[in-house]
Design a protein around this ligand. Structure first.
Ligand SMILES: [Fe+2]
Length: 225
């Protein structure tokens, strides 16, 4: 295997491993109103990275080289910083930048593999590059919404509230509203036609006739038994 290809594969493995850990770190520690959305997005991305890491390492072994496999080796090889962001927006921005950096690491491998006519390594690098470009796009889209929405909303809310006159006007408007709703039940009261109900009470008398019929069935059974 060409040395340039071997070096590029080792860097891709190290970058991927550090980014996988950083993404899982943020999956655990992200907070805020977008917690659930980001928690799930980060989980999907670190799971994808975990699967990709295994493919890269085993490809290195397939080409006849030993694969880096310790954190010391990965930290020496990688260009990706470990996760230190504390806010959700900083985490998303950090991950987006790391995926963009990994897309460049993939490009270096693509170029090295192309020069060495190593189609398998080039194909692997192209597939990984597509993943990182997609992840960077998703993360950048999330950053743009989370940053603009909170800052734009509070501004108009502060300009509207006026001093002490505002609550009085609001109270005056609220009072008539209640008066309008109150008369409704009073209109129902003046109707004194419920007198017709007692007449109805006298009519249900014929119903009890059906009940004795039901009671007579048991005595007949007892008699026959
Ligand atoms: Fe989890």
């Amino acid at each position: 295997m060409a040395k340039n290809v071997a070096d590029a594969l080792n860097r891709l493995l190290a970058d991927s491993y550090v980014l996988q850990l950083k993404t899982q770190n943020y999956h655990w520690n992200v907070t805020g109103p977008e917690f659930y959305q980001l928690h799930l997005l980060f989980e999907a991305q670190y799971n994808e990275l975990f699967a990709g890491i295994d493919v890269i390492a085993e490809h290195i072994r397939t080409l006849g080289n030993g694969s880096p496999g310790t954190m010391k080796e990965f930290l020496a090889l990688t260009s990706i910083s470990e996760g230190t962001a504390k806010t959700a927006s900083d985490m998303v921005a950090d991950l987006a930048g790391s995926h963009a950096a990994l897309a460049k690491t993939c490009q270096a491998l693509i170029d090295a593999a192309d020069d060495a006519d190593d189609d398998a390594s080039e194909d692997l690098a192209i597939q990984r590059q597509r993943v990182h470009k997609s992840a960077a796009w998703m993360l950048k889209a999330t950053v743009s919404t989370s940053v603009t929405l909170p800052k734009a909303a509070p501004a108009p809310a502060k300009a509207k509230p006026t001093p002490k006159t505002a609550p009085k006007v609001a109270a005056a408007k609220a009072a008539p509203a209640k008066a309008e709703s109150a008369p409704a039940p009073k209109k129902a009261a003046p109707k004194r036609k419920p007198a017709s109900k007692p007449k109805a009470a006298t009519k249900p008398a014929p119903k009890p006739a059906a009940e004795p019929a039901a009671n007579t069935q048991n005595p007949r059974r007892r008699a026959s038994g």
